[in-house]
Design a protein around this ligand. Structure first.
Ligand SMILES: [Zn+2]
Ligand SMILES: [Zn+2]
Length: 262
């Protein structure tokens, strides 16, 4: 067993010099906007490769992709060697060490160096973490949204009061329009309440671009703003739920009390 294989796994940031990554290669895969980096882990010296991701699941910045190659980007490169490092359960690869890479555009490819501005470290760490968990997160959110989608269909039972057989017999067409308007308002408000409530709880699932440092920063800021946004969505969901209750109550009153032709 070589000395490097006895390194025990530990998820930590390592500060490296440019000489430690001098042997790293930057390859531009066919049809990709961003390169794949490969070389020896500066800590355990085993082979690693890292395709630079362009997108991450969830968040608030709207753009997806874009075709321009960003002039500069910072990424956290985590060791993903295959050697044994006494890894904890659930971790398949690497010795756990990560470093901060800076890619600077040079013609059709990129130059690789060590990012010394550690201001990007929190955003890059958050991105690596989000990328590692995104499959589980999209799966969890999908399961929960299915509940929301079936709840949308159950809203139709609210309309039952007005759509039951003979419920509107004897009402003039003007009166029927009144009942219909109250019903529509009630169902629309209930749907809005449900949607906003789910949005607050589970977020809107989508991929967002993190293809350059500015987008990465925006994504990270937006993740941080989650609590404030969710609180706002939840309060609107509650207003809409009460609005829906009021509209459905008005609809029932109309069905019961509107004067009918004999
Ligand atoms: Zn290793
Ligand atoms: Zn390593």
């Amino acid at each position: 067993m070589s000395a490097q294989s006895t390194i025990t796994y530990d998820n930590e940031f390592v500060q490296v010099g440019d000489s430690a990554i001098a042997g790293w290669r930057v390859d531009m895969p066919e049809g990709k906007r961003l390169p794949t980096l490969s070389g020896n882990c500066p800590h355990c010296q085993h082979d690693c490769d890292y395709p630079v991701p362009e997108e991450v699941l969830q968040g608030g910045t709207k753009s997806a992709g874009g075709n321009e190659r960003p002039p500069q980007l910072t990424r956290l490169v985590t060791c993903n060697c295959r050697a044994g490092h006494n890894r904890p359960g659930g971790v398949m690869l690497g010795c756990g060490r990560y470093w901060l890479a800076l890619l600077t555009k040079n013609g059709a490819s990129y130059d690789l160096s060590v990012q010394r501005d550690l201001g990007m470290l929190p955003a890059a760490e958050a991105l690596a973490d989000a990328q590692a968990t995104q499959n589980a997160r999209v799966h969890g959110a999908a399961e929960k949204w299915i509940g929301g989608i079936s709840a949308v269909y159950s809203l139709f039972s609210l309309a039952g009061v007005a759509t039951a057989k003979n419920a509107l017999d004897g009402l003039s067409s003007g009166q029927r329009w009144l009942v219909a308007a109250a019903m529509l308002a009630g169902v629309a408000a209930a749907g809005t309440a449900l949607f906003l409530g789910y949005l607050a709880a589970y977020g809107w699932v989508r991929m967002v671009a993190v293809g350059d440092d500015e987008k990465l920063r925006l994504w990270h800021t937006d993740e941080g703003a989650y609590a404030a946004r969710a609180a706002r969505q939840l309060s609107w969901a509650i207003y809409a739920a009460f609005g829906s209750l009021a509209a459905i109550t008005i609809m029932m009153m109309l069905v019961w009390f509107l004067p009918r032709a004999p």
